[in-house]
Design a protein around this ligand. Structure first.
Ligand code: SF4
Length: 348
């Protein structure tokens, strides 16, 4: 089947208003979805989609979640093929955890500006300046950087992981400076060095935006999802006077969805990539869900279009490979990450 979607438009509530197609075939979204599922069955493939994927990709996936939840599912799945609709380091992490499985990424050019802020050579040089330090790497890193690290973490379990390191040992924390600042404040650790990386895509969710939006909507709750680089400035700010604690909720994806179903707030400001709004609007359509910054879109996440996902399943492209020796070294750090904080995370 040869189809191309030029664009798909959504209403404020996340409903599809219109589809536009180019190419020789006309196909409805339902037909596309049926075809994707048929091809996935044929390949014995499971489709995992990150929360920041386009709504139609989230809707066709077997599981939607943050990178930690999806890593866990990838590790436990019995499907012979994992299709990871996300960015490259996430698909690499799935391959590290499930080396015997075929891992496909629909769009291999989907990178991550935060992961790109440090490479393995830079990390080796940093380590040489701090011999004996424990290296804690945020999951948004390449396989090579994970292989040079002792422990991986997500924003949801970073504090717990760093708190578990003996207090007399130096810590090198990378690559997200905002998450690092939050962890340092929470653990009161002085022997912790932080790499000054950041997610450039979401520099748009600024402390100023947060303060302004929170002040302009005093009735609104504020949900901060800590699972991607874009939200870590908000995470850092949430412990200060700028964001009142009674209105501010730092929540994992599962926690966010759980609270979405029960909140009494009429409106909620959401500080994360705008893709998360799709899940929240589905969970509770009666709430007015507002992004703190509507332009906070990860261009890399949005590279996986319906056409690209279909091609991936039809042609088996693009397979993710991780060098076996690098994967073995990286796996120790990643397994430590998925073992910590399971009870505090709601998964999808
Ligand atoms: S939102 Fe930022 S940190 Fe998250 S995948 Fe995109 S570029 Fe990376």
């Amino acid at each position: 089947m040869d189809l191309k979607f030029a664009s798909i438009y959504y209403s404020q509530q996340g409903q599809i208003l219109e589809t536009t197609e180019i190419g020789s075939h006309h196909i409805s979204l339902r037909e596309w979805s049926d075809e994707v599922k048929r091809l996935a069955r044929e390949r014995d493939a499971i489709i995992l989609a990150h929360n920041y994927q386009r709504p139609e990709i989230q809707d066709v996936a077997d599981h939607v979640g943050d990178s930690l939840a999806l890593s866990r599912i990838a590790a436990q799945s019995s499907a012979s093929t994992i299709v990871f609709a996300g960015v490259y380091f996430m698909a690499e992490t799935a391959k590290i955890l499930a080396p015997e499985r075929t891992v496909l990424i629909p769009e291999p050019r989907a990178g991550c500006s935060l992961a790109d802020s440090i490479d393995a050579d830079q990390l080796r040089e940093w380590k040489s300046q701090h011999p004996g330090a424990v290296v804690v790497a945020y999951v948004n890193t390449s396989a090579e950087v994970k292989a040079e690290s002792d422990l991986c973490c997500t924003s949801a379990n970073a504090v717990e992981i760093v708190a578990g390191i003996p207090s007399d040992q130096e810590v090198l924390f990378l690559p997200d400076q905002f998450l690092g600042a939050h962890v340092q404040r929470a653990t009161k650790r002085e022997n912790m060095h932080i790499w000054m990386g950041e997610c450039h895509v979401h520099a748009g969710i600024s402390p100023q935006d947060l303060r302004r939006k929170a002040a302009a909507a005093p009735e609104s709750e504020l949900f901060i999802h800590p699972e991607c680089g874009c939200a870590t400035p908000a995470l850092w700010l949430s412990g200060t006077d700028d964001l009142p604690a009674e209105r501010t909720h730092v929540l994992s994806t599962g926690g966010m969805l759980e609270r979405a179903r029960t909140t009494r707030a009429r409106s909620v400001l959401v500080a994360t990539e705008t893709g998360m709004l799709h899940q929240l609007r589905k969970a509770n359509p009666s709430v007015q869900w507002e992004p703190v910054n509507a332009k906070a879109e990860c261009v890399y996440m949005k590279m996986t279009t319906p056409e690209v996902l279909l091609r991936c399943l039809r042609d088996g492209t693009t397979e993710v490979e991780v060098d076996a020796e690098i994967a073995t070294r990286a796996r120790r750090a990643v397994e430590a990450m998925i073992a910590v904080g399971a009870s505090s995370l709601g998964g999808e």
